[in-house]
Write a protein that binds this ligand. Sequence first.
Ligand code: SAM
Length: 177
Amino acid sequence: MLAQAGIDPNDRVFDLGCGTGTMAVIIKKQFPQVEVVGLDPDPRALARACKKAARESLTIQFDQGFGDQLPYPAASFDRALSSFMFHHLPAEEKGKTLREVHRVLKPGGEFHMADFEGPEDRKQGFFGRLLLSHAHLKDNSAANVIALMKDAGFADAAKVGRRTKLFGAVAYYRAMK
Ligand SMILES: C[S@@+](CC[C@H](N)C(=O)[O-])C[C@H]1O[C@@H](n2cnc3c(N)ncnc32)[C@H](O)[C@@H]1O
């Protein structure tokens, strides 16, 4: 996903649903000049994220919050990234969250997202079917995600990759403001 995001050293990058900060740390190590901001509602995950960053002597801003009410002004970021967060959202939060991501991106900014692909695909393995029993995955088909991205105002939204794992398919998306 980082390769697809095409991060520039002068960018401000937002990691939505950053969890324990793995991706934020990778970005900051790869692009030391980039200002990285991670947000997650889980205080324990954020505490671990802060420790990881401190261990590597990296300055990363970690904030507590939810995707559907981002604590940032409009046009704050050049890139927004999110990995394996979207399927956690109930249907009514998915659209709101995408509208918030759109709001905080600068004009010309891009949203890159990877997530488990919901069930328009029947070729899921055993673990995939187990995963798809997750209620929120039912509305996580690529077609639905792309439609929600377009509804949220993204001019161009597309699935740009797909990988099949033991536990099901992972879809990679790019949405341009
Ligand atoms: C499976 S973890 C992925 C964490 C990280 N992005 C990664 O790839 O390692 C999903 C994360 O989404 C976060 N999350 C759940 N609901 C959220 C919401 N409404 N807004 C932002 N993050 C949320 C969870 O707290 C959790 O840290």
